[in-house]
Design a binder for this molecule. Structure first.
Ligand SMILES: Cc1cc2nc3c(=O)[nH]c(=O)nc-3n(C[C@H](O)[C@H](O)[C@H](O)COP(=O)(O)OP(=O)(O)OC[C@H]3O[C@@H](n4cnc5c(N)ncnc54)[C@H](O)[C@@H]3O)c2cc1C
Length: 384
């Protein structure tokens, strides 16, 4: 058997790519790892571009309504009085800032869509192929053997994720606290398990703190969370397990070679403080699908000139996001008193300058400045 594209790695990026390419009539082999994984407790903040791609792949509309919660408003706090920033969809002329999607439901919806994809076969070994798409995510190993250079830097922090139910309604508001030493705590509004009252938490912190907190009883963890949030999101009760992820910055260059393309976390990993990793990966999928669909009839799928069009489309976006998130994290991790004053005044300054804040909102959330609504705006313009 032979396939047009062999996709190695079946995370959200690999499976979305398989769907996008199968819609073009390409024969796709999808390689995953056979091991069973615990159910993902995360929720993703997905931007307009990611939503548009998933809608085209018939995944978005098949998600249960309570698995996707629009964010209307976001409150960001620094580590000093006055360091505060508010983003509002209404002020930015957007239907919503982002949509928070239950990760386990997204997994299930992608799997369901793949069952109906006519040209995708699950495979466990090598197959002759014209193009190899590496979507191995954070487990990618041996990229150097393909002639790829990898810049990898561990933050020394882990993200601790779990779910909470509050006694006060979330009203579509997300919360984020930047603490001393690079701690970042986010509470993202969700409608499950309790509609209107649930939050997905991502708390990035030194690895030893994250592992200690992951082992705490729900009551003890709740007490530490209440202290960190000053009860702004109400009285919180933990629901389900806590999971941790080590955090790295990763940049692979080049992201294409003859017959090879890298996508998603395999090509770039960013700190989750801006909730952008999967958005970047899905924008990679949209861009590669678009480039392959628009190729000259005589050009093979693995042609380097063709693949460089994909690389060029994605280079600036991924470089910017990695640089901005890394810079922000280092700005908040810096212990000097002057740095503390500067970062908190910086938050207050952005908050005060309407046009600057609007620009930040639109860039970070995948909206174009003139976009009338999230449905029409699509940073990546996918044509799967
Ligand atoms: C706590 C946390 C919160 C986050 N929140 C957000 C958010 O709000 N918004 C957002 O956009 N992003 C977020 N992200 C980032 C997002 O999770 C990742 O960017 C995204 O999951 C990457 O998807 P992927 O498919 O590239 O990689 P992965 O999810 O790592 O999937 C890769 C898959 O490939 C398989 N694999 C690896 N090697 C092989 C091989 N050789 N053969 C076969 N299979 C293989 C692996 O088993 C895995 O299943 C968050 C990340 C973390 C840690």
């Amino acid at each position: 058997m032979q396939v047009d594209v062999l996709i190695r790695g079946d995370g959200a990026v690999g499976r979305s790519l398989a769907l996008a390419l199968s819609h073009q009539g390409l024969r796709v082999g999808l390689q995953g790892r056979a091991q069973a994984r615990p159910q993902d407790v995360r929720a993703y903040a997905l931007n307009a571009g990611a939503q548009a791609l998933l809608r085209r792949l018939k995944v978005w509309d098949s998600l249960p309504p309570d698995a996707k919660t629009p964010v209307q408003d976001m409150q960001v706090f620094g580590d000093q009085e006055g360091g505060r920033l508010n983003f509002s969809a209404w002020q930015a002329h957007l239907a919503e800032l982002a949509v928070i999607v239950d990760a386990a439901e997204l997994d299930a919806a992608l799997d369901a869509a793949l069952r109906f994809a006519p040209h995708v076969q699950r495979v466990d070994g090598e197959l002759p192929h014209a193009l190899l798409a590496l979507c191995e995510g954070r487990e990618a190993r041996g990229l150097e053997a393909h002639g790829i250079q990898v810049e990898r830097r561990a933050y020394g922090h882990h993200a601790l994720a779990t779910r909470w139910v509050s006694d006060v309604p979330h009203q579509g508001r997300a919360w984020q606290w930047f603490g001393a030493g690079g701690d970042v705590l986010a509470l993202l509004p969700l409608d499950r398990p309790t509609p209107g009252h649930s939050y997905a938490m991502v708390w990035s912190q030194p690895a030893e703190d994250a592992l200690r907190r992951a082992a705490l009883s729900p009551e003890a963890l709740a007490a530490e969370l209440q202290a960190a949030t000053h009860q702004r999101a109400g009285h919180l009760q933990q629901v389900g397990a806590a999971q941790t992820w080590p955090l790295n910055l990763l940049r692979a260059t080049p992201t294409v070679r003859p017959g090879l393309a890298l996508l998603g976390d395999c090509a770039h990993q960013v700190h989750p403080l801006a909730g952008q990793g999967l958005n970047l990966g899905l924008a990679d999928v949209a861009a590669l699908a678009e480039v392959l669909a628009a190729r000259e009839p005589w050009r093979p799928l693995g042609d380097l000139t063709l693949l460089r069009r994909y690389e060029r489309q994605r280079a600036l976006d991924t470089w910017m996001m990695a640089t901005v998130t890394d810079g922000l994290w280092h700005g908040f991790a810096h212990g000097a008193p002057w740095a503390r004053v500067a970062r908190n005044q910086g938050l207050a300054l952005v908050d005060a300058l309407g046009p600057l804040k609007r620009w930040f909102t639109q860039q970070a959330l995948g909206h174009r400045a003139s976009a009338p609504s999230s449905n029409a705006s699509n940073a990546a313009r996918p044509t799967p």
